[in-house]
Design a protein around this ligand. Structure first.
Ligand code: RTP
Ligand code: MG
Length: 140
């Protein structure tokens, strides 16, 4: 398996609780390299576009509200099999179902405010990275 990139967001519950370093430590310990990183305030428009696939879901409004409620850290992670690897490191969407040692098990407080996002396919990773990063801002 060749080196791959995935897109990650440390969500507003992570920045609010000053946990970005602690989450990054778990990411790096798992062997993923943070090759791009920026702290931003997501606009409503950016959040709606980013989670467009969920726009008919009952939690969409709440999700957009949450993602714009404070700063987030957008990241590009690189490593062997990075997309699947990061999903494993993140743990299940609902922290109550997340495996021991995963980011969501360690830090997330609810299914809505679950600390991190990670791309669910290589194709989505490419599109998500392109939404937030220019080529020159990723240094592998
Ligand atoms: P993400 O896209 O953020 O990496 O999370 P995921 O793949 O594990 O989960 P997904 O099904 O894509 O859901 C996206 C985000 O929506 C929020 N959510 N809230 N209240 C709810 O029942 C509910 N379900 C999902 C979560 O923030 C989830 O990460
Ligand atoms: Mg998802």
């Amino acid at each position: 398996m060749a080196t791959e990139r995935t897109f990650s967001i440390l969500k507003p519950d992570a920045t609010r609780r000053n946990l970005t370093g602690a989450v990054n430590a778990v990411i790096e310990k798992a062997g993923l390299r943070i090759v791009g990183q920026r702290r931003i305030q997501m606009s409503r428009q950016q959040a709606e576009k980013f989670y467009e696939i969920h726009k008919e879901r009952p939690f969409f409004g709440e999700l957009v509200e949450f993602m714009t409620s404070g700063p987030v850290v957008v990241q590009v992670l690189e490593g062997e099999n990075a997309v699947a690897k990061y999903r494993e490191v993140m743990g299940a969407t609902n922290p109550a179902q997340a495996a021991e040692g995963t980011i969501r098990k360690l830090f997330a407080e609810s299914v809505g405010e679950n600390t991190v996002h990670g791309s669910d396919s290589a194709e989505n990773a490419k599109a998500e990275i392109a939404q937030f990063f220019q080529d020159g801002d990723i240094v592998g």
